[in-house]
Design a protein around this ligand. Structure first.
Ligand code: HDD
Length: 705
């Protein structure tokens, strides 16, 4: 990942500057600008008397407070926004006339809002859910919003089902339980009655449903869009965001624990990375299908429950987005951001995907309630970087002062201005797709295969990923009280894979399914497995356990090695008091055991030294090792620290204890004994960190330490 001081103001940032207010060094005033002499005592008739109506400051302050909240988003309520910019690698003139995709020197400002879907605004980040990945490009031709998710497909094929889906998946209406992730009885009842969900359920119950970081997940536009070039030639396209850091996830046990220990885990991670100058980068990828090839596939390219397997339709990487700036104010930026699929620029167009068509209605509609009227495009975060001109007027909170008496078209008083621009002058002209049909409430038969791609996904998973999916079924469906629904889940997924269904049945107390013909898919799509993702140690967080008498020489060596590769170390001790090494050097712990836990880190390192005697006596230190081990994360231990491992789960696998000074690395546990120069050890440990998880260890995590 490149580290670049790219904080130069871009056009969107310059525009936002005009709205920013710095309160430092200022006297307190009312909203009318009148200075206030006392804001802690209301105006009373006598020291112990009643508060009086005349207190305009009291009334203004409390009234404003009473009205501080707006409705949260009906879905994707919990989100976090960041700023950045996008640059195309080379002109895409052949594919599209969209201006922001022509010039590699142009940096188009973007605002990205990442979100969970089901939970309310105050819920936890690490629940099992789809993640929203919405990008607003502030282009010179107006705003383009790519409102996607971290999964390339969706639950349903037609937008008219969306209210049913959301009612089923949100907390059950009688008691608002469960919070934040999919409801149990209602959701699974809905799933078994809507078998088009099969493919999406496989994604949701896979590791993709619990990302390690917003920086480490893919983004997808999901629908099939159109790109249109200046000659009017159109092609079908799917948009992808590929994170430079690769796609990585938490384990389910971690995700649940983090939800309690640090509910802000994903937003904090993003905020910290940007503040530290480690700007997340995502490459934009395009899958393109020629119009003539529309019917060449064994799936319908307009069906949003289907991927275009990357092996069949390669993803062409065309540009990069860099997220380099945190917001100044959560409400005015993240909360007031309004995304809409209908925000497109010339050169980007729609298709007849019925899910896409319905979304085109919903996004504008929902903002009218959420943001209180039709002028939400004037809110700073939503404004395009170019001025808009039209005859729309008035409404709540209108801020633009439109001059003149004309607000209609056509007009002769102002010679028709503002005048519609033809396509050649940049006016948006919809692609003239020929359509002809009867009005019918039916679905195309080509949308009927719900299981082939669900099976392709299953086939493509590594053994560890398959195991995680099965366990996710145990948790999610195991919580369904209605046994009939549980049985129907088994029968439904029997159509994806018989062995999968047998495993599900075992875990949820359902009858074993009878063997049926599964979807006849034997292929795999390697791009679907996270095992094949980019692996790098950069920006990973390593917990280092220290106490009085640790070996500073060892710590120093690992600090230098990790810094070179952008791996972060955090020192954790019993308390926050400075800790002395045997050599007399002092370090300050970043965290104490009370405010840290292994689930907040990607790896663990324990340096040698006399401190091991003390650490061995702490339950928290042992828990750190055991949990890190159980979650298949790297563990490094040098010299005396090996003694600590002997009483933990690590003893279930082979690690060195001999005195040869040789580095030993087994299933992500990296150890060395009798070594002073740790060069070799450090490299082996950082390599283990780059691997992220050592899943084979999951076979060893049951035996008691
Ligand atoms: Fe949606 C928000 C993504 C289907 C109706 N959606 C919303 C957001 C994302 C998505 C990322 C949050 C935007 C933000 O950060 O403010 N939605 C998707 C994807 C879908 C999808 C990838 C399928 C491919 N959505 C979908 C359908 C409908 C909606 C079918 C309605 C028919 N979505 C909404 C909404 C929301 C929304 C109600 C709630 C808040 C908002 O729009 O601004 O209009």
């Amino acid at each position: 990942m490149t580290k670049q001081p790219e904080n130069e103001p871009n056009k969107k940032q310059q525009q936002l500057e005009d709205f920013k207010v710095d309160h430092e060094g200022q006297d307190l005033t009312t909203n009318q600008g009148t200075k206030v002499s006392n804001t802690s005592d209301s105006l009373k008739a006598g020291e112990r008397g009643p508060t009086i109506m005349e207190d305009f400051h009291f009334r203004e302050k409390v009234t404003h407070f009473d009205h501080e909240r707006i409705p949260e988003r009906v879905v994707h309520a919990r989100g976090f926004g960041v700023h950045g910019y996008f640059q195309v690698y080379e002109p895409l003139t052949d594919l599209t006339k969209a201006k922001f995709l022509q010039d590699p020197n142009v940096k188009t400002p973007v605002f990205v809002r990442f979100s969970t879907v089901v939970g309310s605004r105050g819920s936890a980040d690490t629940v099992r859910d789809v993640r929203g990945f919405a990008t607003k490009f502030y282009t010179e031709e107006g705003n383009f919003d790519l409102v996607g998710n971290n999964m390339p497909i969706f639950f349903i094929q037609d937008a008219i089902k969306f209210p049913d889906l959301v009612h089923a998946i949100k907390p059950e209406p009688n008691n608002e339980i469960p919070q934040a992730s999919a409801a149990h009885d209602t959701f699974w009842d809905w799933v078994v009655n809507n078998q088009e969900t099969a493919h999406m359920i496989m994604w949701l119950l896979s590791d993709r449903g619990i990302p390690r970081s917003f920086r480490m997940m893919e983004g997808f536009g999901v629908h099939t869009f159109r790109l249109v070039n200046s000659e009017g030639k159109a092609r079908f396209v799917k948009f992808h965001w590929k994170p430079k850091l690769g796609v990585h996830s938490l384990t389910w046990d971690e995700a649940q624990k983090i939800a309690g220990k640090d509910p802000d885990f994903n937003r904090r991670d993003l905020w910290d990375a940007i503040n530290d100058g480690e700007y997340p980068e995502f490459e934009l990828g395009l899958q393109v299908i020629e119009e003539e090839q529309e019917f060449d596939f064994d799936f319908d390219i307009l069906d949003a429950t289907k991927i275009w397997p990357e092996e069949q339709v390669p993803v062409k990487i065309v540009g990069k987005m860099t997220l380099d700036r945190n917001q100044d104010n959560f409400f005015t930026e993240t909360e007031q951001a309004a995304f809409h699929l209908g925000n497109v620029v010339p050169g980007i167009d729609f298709t007849n995907d019925p899910l896409l068509q319905g979304r085109l209605f919903s996004y504008l509609d929902t903002q009218l309630l959420r943001l209180g009227g039709p002028n939400f495009h004037e809110i700073p975060i939503n404004r395009p970087i170019i001025q808009y001109y039209n005859n729309q007027r008035d409404g709540f909170h209108r801020m633009t002062i439109d001059k003149g008496k004309v607000s209609y078209f056509p007009n002769s008083i102002r010679q028709n201005d503002p005048t519609p621009a033809p396509g050649k002058d940049g006016g948006y002209e919809h692609y003239q797709e020929k359509v002809d049909g009867r009005k019918v409430r039916t679905r195309s038969e080509s949308f009927n295969d719900h299981f082939s791609q669900a099976r392709l996904f299953w086939n493509s998973m590594s053994p560890a990923e398959k195991k995680h999916i099965i366990k996710a079924f145990y948790f999610e469906v195991g919580n369904v009280k209605d046994k009939k629904i549980r049985q129907k889940v088994v029968d439904m997924f029997n159509q994806v894979d018989h062995d999968l269904a047998k495993e599900i049945a075992k875990g949820i107390g359902a009858n074993q399914p009878t063997k049926k013909n599964n979807a006849a898919i034997t292929e795999t799509s390697p791009a679907l497995s996270q095992e094949n993702t980019n692996k790098s140690p950069e920006t990973r967080k390593v917990a280092v356990l220290v106490d009085e008498g640790f070996n500073y020489n060892e710590l120093k060596q690992i600090m230098v090695a990790c810094e070179k590769q952008h791996v972060h170390l955090e020192f954790i001790s019993k308390t926050f008091s400075p800790v002395n090494s045997a050599e007399g050097d002092q370090i300050e712990p970043h965290k104490s055991f009370a405010n840290s836990h292994s689930v907040m880190y990607d790896a663990l390192f324990i340096p040698g030294g006399q401190h091991i005697d003390m650490l061995s006596g702490y339950k928290e230190a042992k828990d750190f090792v055991n949990d890190t081990f159980a979650h298949a994360k790297p563990i490094g231990a040098t010299n005396e620290a090996l003694e600590l491992l002997a009483n933990t789960l690590v003893k279930n696998i082979a690690y060195t204890n001999d005195h040869t000074g040789e580095v030993y690395s087994n299933l992500g546990v990296v150890t060395v004994n009798d070594a002073h120069d740790l060069t070799q050890f450090n490299q082996a440990f950082i390599d283990a960190v780059a691997q992220h998880r050592h899943w084979m260890r999951e076979n060893h995590d049951r035996k008691q330490a």
